[in-house]
Design a protein around this ligand. Sequence first.
Ligand code: ADP
Ligand code: ZN
Length: 728
Amino acid sequence: MIAEVIVDVLSSEVDRVFDYTADESIKLGDRVLVPFGNRKTEGYVIGLKDKSDYDKLKSVYERLDEYPAITCEMLSVMEFMTKKYHLRKADVLRLFIPSGMRGGRVHAIVKRFVRLNVDFDEALLSVRKGADKQLGIVKDIADIGEKRFDALSKLYGASAVNALIDKGILAVRSEEVGRSPFNENDDFDFPKQVATEEQKRAIELLCKPGGSYLLHGVTGSGKTEVYMQAIEHYVSIDKTAVMLVPEISLTPQLMRTFKGRFHKNIALLHSGLSDGERFDEWRRIRNGEAKIVIGARSAIFAPLDNVGIIIIDEEHDGSYVSDGNPRYKTADVAEFRAKYNNATLVLGSATPSVETYYLAEKGKYQLIEMPHRVNGRQMPPIEITDMCRELALGNRSIFSESLKESLKECISGGNQAMIFINRRGYASFVICRECGYVAKCEDCDVSLTYHRTENLLKCHYCGKTYKMLDECPDCHGKSIRQGRTGTEKVVEELNALFPDVRVMRMDCDTVRGKGAHAKILNAFREKQAQILVGTQMIAKGHDFPDVTLVGILDADMSLHLEDYRSAEKTFQLVTQVAGRAGRKDLGGKVVLQTYTPRHYVFRFAKDYDYRGFYSKEINMREVTGFSPFTTIVRVLITGEEEGKTMELTKSIYFAVKELRNTHPDAFVFINAMRSPIKRIEKRYRCQVLMRIKEKDADDILSYVYEIVDKNRVKGMTAFVETNPSNLT
Ligand code: ADP
Ligand code: ZN
């Protein structure tokens, strides 16, 4: 037998398949140890055949696992991904198995258990007089039937236990003990709820095999229950299920809910697991013990067989696109696996991404709407306060008068408040504090970014530069601002305003380390603090019954990011954050502070009018030529020498321009420039940016990959990204 092997080596520039001879036990998808050069290397069998075109083949040393680590389905996923994203097979295969498995760094934990091999009386007789330890062991085991070898050794010493085993009085049995990421004490029962009419309709649709759906349900509409009942259906007909959530929403609360409904059937995969836990969970999935996988992005690669349903919750979340290498879009992979298995695919969100909603309109996804909260609770009213007006009235604080009042009321009523501040929206944009004017690119309608060293404003999409403002071109005001307010500053001001009130803070700085995230949330749930100040992290999925007030400071921050999606992101953020208020019977309200109160994002967000927002936004995208009508492609070129980096950028740029000559209608835009961040880790960075009409995108992209491949230069990198989430 000849095995076609992908060798797991990072450095190899080419992604070649090597032939090896192997005996008949070899299987497709096996991890194997093979000779490569003059060393032993791990590899994956991706093909089997009878004959090779080469002679003098080396042979496979050994199979590394008892079963193929890569299933046939995942081999197809590999083919799909390497083609679609122009990735190396070895890099893709690495995504499919727990990292600790490579190089044999993790192993199953096997424990030995001992029990009596003869009846109790006989055992007592066989123990020599005075051998108290052995006697103790016999009595101990007789009481409980079986005990772990190491537990007994600890009590009585290993030699006593071994002596009894040697005499045949004790029998030994080995069993693997799984490392579980779930807390054992958490296994309570979370019974099925009686579905509302809205939920019932959704569940019925999702139980039909093979469809693709966009589930658009407002926050609190009970999407989770819909998912769980659909999953239950597929498991009952012997199929499996994948439920993806953004990493940040993998809250202890959500895990308890799923565990409480599905118990042993559920496996968990996310980045916070130890290598051992991940390995054990992965094997429970691979051997069919766990039928349901819940996890973050990478759980889409779970080695489940016979998938019945794939759910991507909060589908609009940015974390579903991997930033690093290998780059992929989770929804693409999900779609491929769903087709492969004739499974149902569900994308769920309260604020679907504009791209997804557009595809639903075009019929790619069937739209399911859940416009009502469970039990008919109202969405909390959103009050928009105009910070320009506050300034004009002499309020220079970061809180509007209205928010201060509302905080007072909330606190004196014994309720809780959440204050949200968007730190990700680092304020590199410039805004006039007197009228709310924001500098924008004339050509792209995206906010300009301030570059301090050059004292210029730049458009990150087309490279056009503008002079920095010293006064506002609209109102001639002099309060041009480009600073930012951080979470710490907010806490400080809250402490000054309400000295007796406990305030907690949650951002990347306070949630370092395993479990820190959960600790803060739990403490807040237990009312150890009355106000929680936080970034994006507090926006999602948390259900705090006593929160009656949500304050959103500087809602503009994400609005004026140099990103064509900034309006969309802001709408999503405001809606998500607002959804935290008034979850239970207490009711609630939201105070949103902005310098641009009349912006359409806030107008639509205030009314929870997703459709209205979408219609306006999709129109804008069409006019300005952004996604979903075009695909933005960036080739990022980096190198240690500035001159060479520019040279390579030029070659790629000229090749792309030639491509435009042969495909004149496909391109909306091409440009080459330095990246906004010119140098990172000693490497200079340049980029070739293009926007390609959507219908031509796949074609042109494959040519761009070719161009990049032809222009490989040692020591330099050229990296192709589509619709990148940032252009820095
Ligand atoms: P979403 O994910 O759509 O924001 P959730 O799934 O968090 O909404 O549901 C909101 C709340 O309603 C949760 O506390 C959930 O337990 C509860 N809930 C969901 N469905 C039902 C139902 N059919 N009957 C009673 N309570 C429900
Ligand atoms: Zn521009």
